[in-house]
Ligand binder design. Structure first.
Ligand code: IVH
Length: 678
């Protein structure tokens, strides 16, 4: 044999070392050093060598994670040290009580040091290592006796089959949580759906189901991870004296620990940590249901000891539940500004995600069908973070005999006009237009709003009163209101009435684009209104415009064009416009521009920093007048950046990307060049 030739034995051992290392970098540290494809090449080489040399196969080889022969059942395992549970705290106050008990127990005057970790929503497990090798994995079970799930555990890539480094105790039990990341859960359910198999309700159930498989090959296909959170048995060696340090040590020996883990001093810092993580909760790639706070110092932990089944030195501060069940009492239909009918669920009030929910939108009839909802159903309400609560699902097995179907009304609940639903559209609409009281209120509120006619002092409540008391029917009626009429409204003294009349007078001088926007034409927002004003230059032209001509305008597609044309065909809309003009609304004629003539058409600009000669919003409008789109952040698509004083990260990014940067004077020069002024 050539002495320089590498023996299969040597090559196998090198490959195992490399694969173990890459596995650790990827699954434990989240810092892969090679691509998946490169990993696969090394893996396949090892597999091949082991196939050719079966005598060299070892149970802790990276190839041995694919699952073993199915079991008849799980054996049971006595925990040498019981696996306890945690007490819960549901408020900052209860967390404060915990801290007080700890301080009293330790007779400590100063701030206590706490280790803070997310409370992962998964399955607790115990892993036993002897001489550095994984010999057994068990579920928590009832805390005293668990199930032997060694074969399944061995398939999880973030669990080391043998410990890394040196210095570990001869017998070491590592405890932690096995969980399924959100992405793995979504992917699993998609595969289940494709196979017409049962869907898992949440990542926790999916993790539990995957772990309790008698066939570990199934477990191997599931994306499971483990995060270590404590040690149990420690014999023939020792661990550091503080919880945080123990976790760091476990991390070096090959275990994943939570990257959010932190050690803080005092209960106020614990509250801060809790708030910070609650904010971050939705963005985390895995589900958590609270924060676990543990006294960091092990000697202090021992001093405090246990009560019943939980330690005195730790507590779980739970987040408010994100799901709760309640009863669907009724479904009502609300009419919006554009006439869209929105079904709203009336619920038996339920506390979820930190608020009491008694009604929530169901969006449209398609959604009701998708959820297969009936009035009387028991439903699951979901509220995560600051998101609007939603009905997540109905519990089919709890449906009462007398559950009622939800039907779209045939006439508008507000004005009695017919309801129309266009082919292929989810939304149903009232055909009553400006005659419909519901739409009238919303139309007038929109007309008066800041970005439309900007009528100061005309709030939503006042509009509602004026319409309800039939003082006004359309926006045009606003301009013939008198002080006498106004003072009859709630919370309206002579002074505020006079101010409002003044504001109405001031608002008459406006711009064509604001006026177009104020009309509340479907899907015509500020930018489209501005493009229309620039393109047509006058209302008279716009009134008689055809759909074909409208499509020429920047930002206007066939659907918006149809909405605009239909709006100007309705006689009552034209009547309102005429009355508004008759009331004295006027504007200066904008310079008529063809979209293709707009100098910055097709460009994307960003504004940042403080401008001396104008507000950022004014700058934005001027750029839009020149045809540019104004974006909020710099990207490779950005054409140019206007950087005022104290410009920060956007300026840095633009410079890095080599994007053109204009300072304020260059920007003003550009504006004047095109006949605009700041
Ligand atoms: S410590 C004696 N830390 O919560 C202390 N538990 O109710 C034992 N859990 O069964 C647990 N994340 O499954 C601890 N960072 C964490 C945790 C955590 C999740 C689970 C664990 C345990 C349950 C306690």
């Amino acid at each position: 044999m050539n002495t320089t030739e590498i023996s299969p034995h040597q090559r196998i051992s090198t490959l195992r070392e490399q694969l173990d290392r890459h596995n650790y970098q990827y699954h434990v540290l989240d810092e892969p050093e090679i691509s998946d494809a490169e990993y696969d090449i090394l893996f396949r080489e090892l597999q091949q060598l082991e196939q050719n040399h079966p005598e060299l196969v070892q149970s802790d080889s990276p190839t041995q994670r694919v699952g073993a022969a199915p079991l008849e059942g799980f054996g049971s395992i006595q925990h040498e040290i019981p696996m306890l549970s945690l007490d819960n705290a549901f408020s900052d106050e209860e967390l404060g009580d915990f801290n007080r008990r700890v301080s009293e127990g330790l007779k400590a005057a100063g701030a206590i040091e706490y280790a803070c970790e997310p409370k992962l929503d998964g399955i607790a497990v115990s892993l036993l290592y002897e001489d550095g090798r994984l010999i057994r994995g068990a579920t928590r079970g009832d805390g005293y006796t668990g199930e032997d799930i060694t074969q399944n555990i061995r398939t999880i890539p973030s669990i080391p089959l043998k410990l890394r480094g040196t210095g570990w105790p001869a017998r070491l039990e590592v405890r932690g949580e096995i969980y399924m990341p959100k992405a793995g859960f979504e992917a699993l359910n998609q595969r289940q759906q494709a196979k017409d198999d049962k869907l898992f309700a949440n990542p926790r159930n999916a993790a539990a189901g995957s772990l309790r498989q008698l066939d570990s090959k199934v477990t191997a296909e599931r994306q499971l991870e483990m995060c270590a959170y404590s040690a149990g048995i420690v014999e023939g060696g020792s661990l550091p004296e503080a919880h945080g340090a123990i976790l760091k040590q476990l991390n070096q020996w090959g275990f994943r620990i939570n990257p959010e883990m932190d050690v803080v001093s005092g209960v106020e810092a614990c509250v801060d940590y809790y708030n910070k993580l609650e904010q971050k909760r939705e963005q985390l790639p895995y589900e958590i249901d609270g924060i676990v706070f543990k006294v960091n110092n092990l000697a202090q932990q021992q001093q405090l000891g246990f009560v019943a089944r939980a330690p005195r030195w730790a507590i779980a501060r739970k987040f408010p539940a994100q799901e709760a069940t309640t009863e669907l009492l009724d479904v009502e239909f609300q009419v919006g500004r554009t006439g869209v009918l929105t079904p709203v669920a009336r619920l038996k009030p339920v506390f979820v995600g930190g608020v009491t929910v008694s009604n929530t939108t169901l969006h449209n009839m398609d959604e009701i069908e998708r959820l297969d909802l009936r009035i009387g159903d028991t439903v699951v309400v979901h509220r995560a973070g600051d998101v609007i609560p939603k009905v997540a699902r109905a519990l089919a097995d709890k449906r009462p005999e007398d559950a009622r179907e939800i039907v779209l009304p045939s006439s508008c609940p507000d004005c009695g006009s017919d309801i129309e639903q266009e082919e292929g559209e989810a939304a149903a609409r009232c055909s009553g237009g400006l005659y419909c009281q519901a739409q009238r209120k919303e139309a007038i509120k929109h007309f008066a709003s800041r970005k439309a006619m900007d009528i100061e002092g005309l709030g939503d409540k006042l509009v509602e009163q004026l319409v309800d008391q039939e003082q006004i029917k359309t926006a045009a009626d606003l301009f013939s209101l008198t002080e006498a009429q106004l003072v009859r409204m709630e919370r309206m003294g002579p002074k505020s009435a006079q101010n409002l009349l003044k504001a109405l007078e001031t608002s008459k001088k406006t711009s064509l684009n604001r006026f177009i926007f104020a009309l509340g034409i479907r899907e015509v927002g500020e930018v489209t209104a501005l493009n229309l004003a620039n393109y047509f230059g006058s209302l008279d032209e716009l009134r008689v415009v055809t759909e074909e001509a409208l499509i020429e305008v920047a930002d206007v597609g066939p659907i918006v064009a149809a909405h605009i044309a239909r709006f100007f065909k309705q006689p009552h809309n034209l009547e309102v416009i005429d009355s508004l003009i008759a009331a004295g609304i006027h504007w200066e004629k904008p310079v008529k521009q063809d979209a293709s003539e707009q100098p910055l058409a097709g460009q994307s600009w960003v504004l940042t920093g403080t401008l001396q000669s104008m507000g950022r919003n004014d700058g934005k409008k001027l750029l839009q007048q020149l045809g540019a789109k104004v974006a909020g952040s710099v990207s490779a698509k950005t054409t140019a950046l206007v950087a005022g004083e104290k410009a920060g990260s956007k300026l840095k990014k633009a410079t890095e990307l080599g994007i053109q940067v204009l300072d304020e004077s260059a920007f003003i020069e550009l504006l004047t060049e095109h006949g605009l002024q700041p």
